[in-house]
Each structure stands twice: as structure tokens, then as C-alpha cells.
Write a protein that binds this ligand. Structure first.
Ligand code: CA
Length: 221
């Protein structure tokens, strides 16, 4: 899943970026407010981690502009400790959650998982569709309770499709979510990856909609 991290403090940004990558997210980092606003407005992000004090444009203005433009991705804002007015203002501006600085990375990861689940309409940290259960805390997948060893990229693919169940996800969207660099974006790569995940799961979960993309349907939908 692709995350936009907007933070002008280099040390914080490096630490957060490294932890998010280690947790399996694809991270784009921006330090300038204006550029961050543009990226969030034009590229598909699963969620945004947004600092408020930024050069170019402040975080609160960025958030308001995104929401006014109809951007619905979940946003976690980083606020100054004890500044209740910032928290109130942020939530009114459309933030989904906030985290006071300084913070523990583990708390940031937990809050991020929670807003991603809520935006997918799931309150439980384990997403279950038919026999397949995906544990977003441990990044583990089971089929009928049996653990399935997936590579990080295979896990990301399955996780993205399960978080967007009952909607056809195009190959382009998956490519953008899974591959950081343009040169890695080969249209066959996603197809090969889907094939591998299907084989490992051994159940009929990921459907192909020829010419449109891939779909996971929840039973009874
Ligand atoms: Ca700052």
C-alpha cells in the first residue's frame, strides 16, 4: 500500500520512512507543503501521514484543500504535544486521527493500520474473506487456519485487493501501489505476481475481469 509521508524534519522523516518500509508499505516522502499537496491531489495514496508545520504550505491548509477537492484517503496528522487546538482544528479539517510529537513508531504504525482498516470498512485487524484471513498486525496470511508463506510483495498485493474487496482494481492501480520506480513497472509483473499468489493460496479468491483488472468478492455481496 502506498503511503505519502509529509514531514520536513529529516530525522523524523528518515525514521518513519524506514519503519513504514519495513512494515511493508511503499513510502513517498515530501518535505515541501506545496509539492505534498500536489502529489496527494494527483497520485493514488492509501493513506497520508501529515506534519502540520511545513515550508511552502502548512499541513492544515493542505488537508483542507484535499478534502474540498473530494480526496477521501485517510490522513493521520502529527501535532505538537499538548496542543488541543491543533487537534480540534485538524479533525475539523478532515483528519482521521492525530499523533502528538514526539511519538513512538509502534504507535504510529498501529494508528495507521487502524485508519486503513476503517477506510476499508473493517474494524478488525484480521481481514477475513471466505477461507482466507490476513492479519495486518503480523503480516501473515492463513487459508482455513493454515499459514501461507508469502513474499513481502505477494503479501502487499493480496492485502491491497482484500482492503479493496468488491471493487475491480485495475492492473495500473496495482502497479502504482506495488512498484516504486517507473522502470520496475512492467505490465507483466502484476500478472505474474497474481499468478503466484493464486497458486500459494490454492483457493479461488482472486478473480480476473479481463480488460478491467482483478476482483476479490466478499461472500454474499
Ligand atoms: Ca515540521
Amino acid at each position: 500500500m502506498r503511503i505519502l509521508l509529509v514531514e520536513d524534519d529529516e530525522r523524523t522523516a528518515e525514521a518513519v520512512s524506514a519503519s513504514l518500509s519495513a512494515a511493508g508499505y511503499r513510502v513517498d516522502h515530501e518535505t515541501n507543503g506545496e509539492e505534498a499537496w500536489f502529489r496527494g491531489d494527483t497520485e493514488p495514496y492509501a493513506a497520508v501521514v501529515l506534519d502540520l508545520g511545513l515550508p511552502g504550505m502548512d499541513g492544515m491548509s493542505i488537508l483542507r484543500r484535499w478534502r474540498q477537492a473530494g480526496q477521501t484517503f485517510p490522513v493521520l496528522i502529527l501535532t505538537a504535544r499538548g496542543s488541543w487546538s491543533e487537534r480540534v482544528e485538524g479533525i475539523d479539517a478532515g483528519a482521521d486521527d492525530y499523533l502528538p510529537k514526539p511519538f513512538q513508531i509502534q504507535e504510529l504504525l498501529a494508528r495507521l493500520r487502524a485508519i486503513l482498516r476503517r477506510s476499508a470498512g473493517q474494524a478488525d485487524p484480521v481481514l477475513t474473506i471466505g477461507p482466507v484471513a490476513l492479519d495486518t498486525r503480523q503480516m501473515r496470511v492463513t487459508v482455513d487456519g493454515m499459514p501461507i508463506p508469502l513474499s513481502p510483495q505477494e503479501y502487499r498485493l493480496l492485502s491491497y485487493l482484500m482492503h479493496h474487496a468488491d471493487r475491480v482494481v485495475s492492473q495500473l492501480e496495482l502497479t502504482e501501489q506495488l512498484y516504486a520506480q517507473d522502470f520496475e513497472r512492467d505490465s507483466n509483473a502484476v500478472e505474474v505476481l497474481v499468478g503466484r499468489v493464486r497458486r500459494k493460496l490454492g483457493v479461488d479468491l482472486i478473480q480476473t475481469r479481463r480488460g478491467f483488472g482483478y476482483l476479490i468478492e466478499t461472500p454474499g455481496s
